[in-house]
Every structure is written in C-alpha cells, then in structure tokens.
Design a protein. Sequence first.
Length: 209
Amino acid sequence: MPSNGPEFSEEHTLADGSRVRLRYIRPEDADELRRGFDRLSPASRYRRFLGGVGHLSDENIRYLTNVDGHDHVAIVAARLRPDGTEEGLGVARFIRVAGEPKVAEAAITVVDDEQHKGIGLLLGLALAAAARDRGIDHFRGEVLGNNEAVQQLLREVGAVLRAAEDDRIVFDLALDRESPATAPRDLPLRRLLGAAATWLGGLVRRPFG
C-alpha cells in the first residue's frame, strides 16, 4: 500500500490476466489523462463531475496532474503494454479540505470499458492507505440523490449522509485504521470501494465550474 515516499508503485493481475500498475500521478501523464477522459461516456462524466463537463482545459489538466503529494494526492492505474509503455485506465484522488485537516474530498474514475474488473477496488484501497499515511481519517464525497443503492451501502459502512443542493447527497466516511485489504470479500467497505468508480464524484469542482 502507498506510503509517503514518492516512488510508490504496485503491480496487480486482474481476473482477465492483464497486468496493471498503480503509482502516483505525474505531470507527464497529462496527455494520457486527456485520452482517458475522452473514453468516458457522458453518463460517467456526469457522475464524476456531477454536471456537464464536455472537455478538460489545459488549466484542468495542470490542476489534476501537478499535485503536491500531501494535501492533493492522485493514484493512477495503468495497463502495462508489451513495449513498456502504459495505457491509463483510471485515477483516484483526494484533496484535503481547507480548515478540516483530517478530512479529504475523494473521487475515483475508471474508463467505462474497464469497469467491473476490480480496478476501482484496487484504487480505492490504495487511496485510503495513502490518506491514512497523511493523517486523514475521513473521506467526503457526493452521490446523486436518486442512487438509493449506494446510499444504502454508505449507511451500512457507517457513513453520515446529508442532503445538498441540486439533488445531491454529501457523505462523510470514516477510514478504518487498518486496511480492509485482507478482510472478507463481502465486507461492506470493500464493496463500497469496489463500486466507487461508477458513482463517486464531485471532487473539488473549482477548476470545472
């Protein structure tokens, strides 16, 4: 799991046999991030940004790839190609909330054709570990108000939910002190993290509107 070191890297084998690498985002990931955004369906973009974002500007890309590694952390998942290059599949990030040093807004995105393969779970577990390493004990996020299934799952893991504007639900989720990576597969938090890539969005929308 991630530590405070800048060279974090993990490799995993998915159920389909493909290899993916998790690592911290770098400024040179800008072009791959843009390509990954273009692979998102309109529905996935809406869930991720909770609004109509049709493209990422140069300012958006700089904001998302130039992170400080402490208050703003982003972890990418990339498939390893035979020639040694990487194909971006997803990204998870958190940004510490100003004035609440133990709380961070979090979001996970996986391109549509790579969802439901376990990438969201890997990213979610890595992101939670990185947050704990940096003194964060709560994730904050938003979910669309009509997503009753996810709201129920959030309640099962003890999240605190409250209504927000535009039919959104804001939640605060406490991070366990111990990683759930070795817990039973049906642990609610693991199911929550595994599903997060398809619904967890609304991360710090300052650059997007």
